[in-house]
Design a protein around this ligand. Structure first.
Ligand SMILES: [Zn+2]
Length: 359
């Protein structure tokens, strides 16, 4: 299990005494007040292989691990947390403080800005069921907010119909909540007539047969060209970016390149984060996450069979990037990546890292 106490993070297994516990200095950590699990932590140390420390082999909940700005972080996967701790979800791990969190929440549930200020004040005073404040127990960072839709929309135990009406009319429901007068039942507003559905003229859409024919002809035209297009040429053209030198430092022995989409989309820091984040750090995060996953796979004994050595091998992994967000506060975006290891121009093994949906 993972525990945070006195600004240290502990990884240990209560059931297996032969597994040596490890601990590191913890910079920031949030614990769920309901299930007591670590929702997120940032610590000084190394990425820990969590498997030996999980009491349940089925891994009822799951963490994403990564490196960022010289430290390590772990994040509990929201979706799994919902299962383990019914109804409670983290509004946002990156938009901290009540104001930023409620801003994110309101956008997600398409609630207008009216009354949000008052709602924030009430949440700060712990007067709104369904919204919980979680402080950073290391005291380094701002608080995060947990949301439970069921708890929020069932204030004063309404009947089922009213609770549904509240969920469907959240903006009006917030009016009612912040008014403070809950003696009258919540009345949903009368809905305006929905507008006519827009007709799409059939003639403008290509038929399935057309699309198939087009795909077929482009295959014929480009098929051979792609086949003879060498990796060296792709690097020269900027379609691939050679990162072999940095990869070596991260312990990767093969020549390594990343695709332009990954390079431009994530490794080059977005304009608003320049000066805060650098390219080397973001590339380093990708390479160390690959390295960590490749080692974990090797440990699990998924070794390349001798007969498959000349075919392509794909490893999927995730990396978290700090990205700008509309609320003006950087958000952490988990990006699915894959690494393809295959024969290079001279049949040597080479590694290409790209977005998971790239070919
Ligand atoms: Zn929980």
């Amino acid at each position: 299990m993972i525990e945070v106490k006195n600004n240290r993070i502990y990884f240990h297994n209560m059931n297996k005494r032969d597994i040596i516990p490890v601990d590191f200095q913890c910079v920031s950590a949030y614990l769920c007040p309901h299930c007591k699990k670590v929702l997120a932590a940032y610590y000084a140390g190394k990425i820990v292989d969590l498997e030996p420390f999980m009491e349940e082999p089925a891994l009822k909940y799951h963490y994403t691990l990564g490196t960022s700005n010289g430290g390590q972080y772990l994040l509990l996967d929201d979706h799994n947390h919902k299962k383990g701790c019914p109804g409670w979800e983290v509004v946002s791990l990156s938009a901290r403080s009540i104001t930023y969190s409620i801003d994110v929440w309101a956008r997600r549930y398409e609630v207008g800005p009216e009354n949000l200020q008052k709602l924030c004040e009430m949440i700060a005073a712990s007067k709104v069921p369904g919204f919980d404040i979680v402080q950073d127990i290391c005291g380094a960072d701002d608080l995060i907010v947990l949301y439970n839709e069921h708890a929020f929309t069932n204030l004063n135990n309404p009947d089922f119909r009213e609770s549904c009406a509240r969920r469907e009319n959240l903006a009006a429901y917030i009016d009612w909540v912040v008014s403070g007068d809950h003696s009258k039942p919540f009345e949903p507003p009368i809905k305006p007539k929905t507008s006519e559905p827009v007709d799409v003229p059939e003639g403008d859409l290509p038929s399935l047969a057309d699309i198939k024919a087009r795909e077929q002809s482009s295959k014929e035209v480009f098929g051979d060209v792609i086949y003879v297009y060498t990796r060296a040429q792709a690097i020269e053209d900027g379609v691939l970016v050679d990162v072999t030198q940095t990869a070596k430092e991260a312990g990767i022995v093969y020549p390594t390149a990343v695709t332009q989409a990954l390079w431009d989309g994530y490794i080059v820091p977005p304009e608003s984060l320049k000066g805060i984040q650098d390219m080397d750090g973001r590339l380093w995060d990708v390479l160390t996450m690959f390295s960590f996953n490749a080692r974990a796979m090797k440990k699990a004994n998924i070794d390349v069979a001798e007969s498959q050595k000349d075919t392509k091998q794909t490893l999927y992994f995730k990396t978290i990037f700090q990205m700008p967000s509309k609320v003006g506060y950087p958000k952490m975006e988990t990006v699915d990546l894959k690494a393809v290891c295959g024969p290079g121009d001279n049949a040597e093994p080479v590694l290409t890292i790209m977005l998971a949906d790239e070919n």
